[in-house]
Design a protein around this ligand. Sequence first.
Ligand code: DQA
Length: 198
Amino acid sequence: MATSRRRAPQPTPRRHAGRGVVKPTLMRHSAKIGAGQTGLRIMVLSGPNLDRLGRREPSIYGTATLEDIHRRLEAVAQEQGASVDCRQSNHEGDLLDWIGQAADGAAEGILINPGALTHTSYALYDAVRSALIPTIEVHLSNPYAREEFRRKSVVVPACLGSVAGFGAVSYQLALLGLIDHLRTMAQSRPIVSGTRQP
Ligand code: DQA
């Protein structure tokens, strides 16, 4: 962890135009700090029931709230010179709209914990697949060691990879992996006439 980096000002929560029932204090956490206009922007999406983390089956999902997780991600992103835009919804359509926004330029990559939609949502699979930006599926628990219906993700085939089973830390590991991937990809692009090609 870099300790020499100067502390940046605290993030200002950003509003966005998505629909659905949201709790503004919890559902939108945006840290643009330290990233500048050129830093990587990662959209972090969490689906149904993840707003209840901390109270929801703590023996499986841990005691950290989603707000705690978002704060940790903001700190990790800041250390990495990147930014996160963290959102949660219990409504599939919101997640689809947000993936579309990311695909249209709001982010360079996506972390998504689709909750139980992981196991059922072909719409999320289609959205992630057509977004054409690197996406990592994240789970707090290890779904493959749980009930039969959780052992299949219909979303992950559209993803670059997945991180599961490390509790709240799954999100941080996924963020570091995604940032590393995006930077590696950027470095491997050919440079023509001194300008890196898109
Ligand atoms: C989960 C696993 C899913 O099976 C479950 O429906 C969730 C949480 C996880 O993070 O471990 O809501 O995505």
